[in-house]
Design a protein around this ligand. Structure first.
Ligand code: HEM
Length: 134
């Protein structure tokens, strides 16, 4: 829901005709791939503004186009630490959830507003929650 980078950038090395259209991306054209918009596209993900980890069950992933999830990029220049990044995030969550419970507080917001001054995704107001030791 909140990819670290909102977009990927590429430069076409050859002319490329987009299948099923008359459009040609000419060699040398800079192409911006809008990851954040793809991840919130309701034609790709049902109810995209709701957190639903079940959409990453392997049978659900099989139903989608292979380029539907781009949080770590794709192709020869994708993130070299894809697995490390995922493992670190999961490990961090496990360590926190083993020791603390998290719940919404008066300052929590349902929608996370993007901090437009930051190149990588971050929340404008911070993410406020009640945290209690277990
Ligand atoms: C959850 C954590 C992370 C996320 C979401 C993430 C995401 C990304 C994305 C979207 C790209 C651009 C890929 C593309 O253009 O196709 C990238 C590139 C890269 N990432 Fe990560 N990254 C993460 C963690 C890390 C870590 C921990 C390292 C190093 C230890 C790392 C090293 C790199 C490098 C070196 C590139 C450039 C690869 C290239 O241009 O060939 N990333 N990352």
């Amino acid at each position: 829901m909140h990819p670290l980078l909102h977009e990927l950038c590429r430069v076409a090395i050859n002319d490329y005709k987009i299948k099923g259209t008359d459009l040609v991306i000419e060699a040398g054209t800079r192409v911006i791939i809008p990851i954040a918009s793809i991840h919130r596209d309701p034609d790709i993900y049902d109810d995209p503004d709701n957190f639903n980890p079940e959409r990453f069950a392997s049978e659900e992933v099989q139903k989608r186009h292979a380029m539907s999830f781009l949080a770590f990029g794709e192709g020869p220049r994708n993130c070299i630490a894809f697995r490390l990044g995922l493992m670190q995030a999961k490990l961090g969550l496990i360590m926190l959830l083993r020791k603390f419970s998290f719940s919404p507080c008066d300052l929590s917001t349902k929608v996370i507003n993007v901090n437009v001054e930051s190149y990588i995704a971050s929340s404008a107001e911070g993410i406020m929650m009640n945290v209690k030791p277990l």
